[in-house]
Design a protein around this ligand. Structure first.
Ligand code: G4P
Length: 528
């Protein structure tokens, strides 16, 4: 197979949703279609159940599982499909944001009864800003839920999307009869007793065909006709280019649990979802068809086994062919490195591979050389743009609780921050370290991992910080900036990249500071 064909057959995407909408179930059904697993239940649920916040073993178990399911790959109709796992739990939202830098498209799962939920809004906003092509899957049609048109409205309004349904449900809940596949003009009738089989659809060129009445009953057939007419009038036709540019989002309906509407989704997905896309580096745009290897680290995972403290760095191949035992330039530290056992992922297994192509993810064993965002090339000085850091929501001082283990603590903190578990700020005034996180859960994860992986102990102390604001002075030499630094001295810190950060204790402080020092700009993300 030529290099170009390898690129064209790849589809690398992520599934995003609010917890419980059905992401895991859908993933599993997709794997079933790909023949990657034989039975339902094989994909472990990769989410932290409610109330397990303080259960460290649970956290550990989750971490172990999430290594295995970080990338799920399978072949379907000659296409190589890579699903990148995105944690739904809000405390791990940063993880998901970073994974979104490595996908070429996204499927958004929405619960038909709950509609658009908070976490979906946040994640879709990031996708929208990055113009990632999205397909929406409205799930759980076997239950009573919102009216299909109301839901489409909600998706447009709350998520700021422009939708076009490519399938439409016939009934819902108790009356759920099936799916009309607008994309392929096919009817698929639900047989509730046969949940794991894939029923073949009946084809209809003409929705007015009286056969339809026989199959679903006259009432349902007429309702469907009316609804499809409305769909036709209200929503734009599907347009491939608009979808790939992130300007139009096709919508499918179904029930992942009952394996209904999933094949429609997958068949359409492999037709329309983009193959590996060009990626913007600070220096230039890199095309996937370029022959020289480029790639970047979007995720780092610590080894589960505390005796082997190596980590797995997940690299998305952007261009060229990644080869085993071939030296590549680690751009940030300027060193050539080669990898004797790069891992590829298949179904829920990982194995050593000789070659990987654009769109693929390789897992590289690392002893602490990689950070999230690092770029690999064949020699070119290139830095792929990642996702900026966002201001954390929680802040605590971290103290060393075992004076004999200071070195271990700092090394551990350093490596955990490189993995992107949390953000570290160092106060200018006294060098004290502050950990900022998206959710309270991370503090427990950090404490647990410091102890079990690095043999260090830490304690936390509260600090009244509302937001971390990255500081951008219009003129670093002007009097105003000097005064700002003098007056705010106690609240100034450096992030891990050495960027100046103002730790504001309230929204009011931010407002006051901005109006008092108008030439000193405050930002809630690290890139501006
Ligand atoms: P998540 O990964 O997005 O968090 O969701 P997950 O797939 O775990 O699904 C959440 C719950 O919703 C599960 O039930 C799952 O069985 C159910 N579910 C998924 N798809 C459908 C569907 O199409 N129809 C219906 N009725 N339910 C669906 P659970 O009871 O929380 O978990 P489990 O004990 O069944 O695993």
């Amino acid at each position: 197979m030529s290099f170009l064909e390898e690129i064209q057959k790849r589809r690398t995407f992520g599934i995003i949703s609010h917890p419980d909408a059905g992401k895991t179930t859908l993933t599993e059904k997709l794997l079933l279609f790909g023949g990657a697993i034989q039975e339902a239940g094989a994909v472990k649920n990769n989410k932290i159940k409610k109330g397990a916040t303080s259960d460290f073993m649970e956290i550990e178990r989750q971490r172990g599982i999430s290594v295995a399911t970080s990338v799920l790959a399978f072949i379907y109709k000659d296409k190589k499909i890579n699903i990148l796992d995105t944690p739904g739990h809000k405390d791990f939202a940063e993880d998901t944001f970073r994974t979104l830098t490595a996908v070429d498209s996204v499927i958004v799962v929405i619960d038909v009864a709950k509609g658009v939920e908070e976490q979906t809004e946040k994640l879709v906003e990031v996708c929208r800003m990055r113009k990632i092509p999205m397909i929406v899957f409205i799930n759980k049609l076997d239950r009573e839920g919102k009216d299909a048109f109301d839901l489409l409205d909600e998706v447009e309004q709350k998520l700021g999307l422009k939708v076009t349904p490519l399938s439409f449900p016939i009934g819902m809940g108790y009356d759920f009869k099936g799916i009309y596949n607008i994309w392929e003009k096919k009817l698929n009738i639900f047989s509730g007793d046969n949940k794991q089989t894939i029923s073949e659809g009946v084809e209809f060129d003409d929705i007015d065909n009286p056969e339809l009445d026989k199959i679903v009953g006259e009432n349902s057939a007429n309702t469907l006709r009316e609804e499809l007419e409305l769909v036709n009038e209200v929503y734009p036709d599907f347009d491939q280019e608009a979808y790939v540019n992130g300007d139009l989002q096709p919508v499918f309906f179904g029930s992942a649990l009952n394996n209904f509407g999933v094949k429609e989704l997958l068949d359409c997905f492999i037709d329309i979802a983009p193959n590996p896309q060009p990626k913007q580096a600070e220096e230039r745009l890199v095309d996937s068809k370029e022959e020289k290897l480029t790639g970047f680290v979007f995720k780092i995972h610590a080894n589960m086994d505390p005796k082997h403290r190596d980590r797995l760095a997940f690299v998305k191949i952007v261009s060229g062919t990644f080869k085993r035992n071939t030296p590549y330039l680690h751009v940030r530290n300027g060193k050539k490195v080669k990898f004797s056992s790069p891992n590829a992922f298949f179904a829920e297994k990982k194995e050593i591979v000789e070659e990987s192509f654009p769109g693929d993810i390789v897992g590289l064993h690392d002893t602490g050389n990689f950070k999230i965002g690092d770029t690999l090339t064949e020699g070119e000085q290139l830095n792929f743009k990642g996702i900026p850091s966002f201001s954390p929501e929680h802040f605590r001082y971290v103290n060393n609780a075992d004076p004999m283990k200071a070195k271990q603590l700092y090394k551990g903190l350093d490596q955990l921050m490189d993995e992107g578990v949390a953000q570290l700020f160092t106060l200018d005034m006294n060098g004290r370290r502050i950990i900022g996180t998206v959710g309270a859960l991370q503090y427990e994860v950090i404490q647990y991992r410091l102890e079990h992986e690095y043999g260090a102990k830490c304690s936390y102390e509260n600090i009244a910080v509302h937001k971390a604001c990255w500081v951008e002075p219009e003129d670093p030499k002007n009097e105003e900036f000097k005064e700002f630094k003098r007056v705010k001295q106690r609240y100034l810190a450096k992030d891990k990249q050495g960027q100046l950060v103002f730790l504001a204790d309230s929204p009011f402080t931010i407002q006051m500071t901005q109006s008092k020092y108008p030439t000193v700009k405050l930002h809630f993300t690290s890139e501006f």
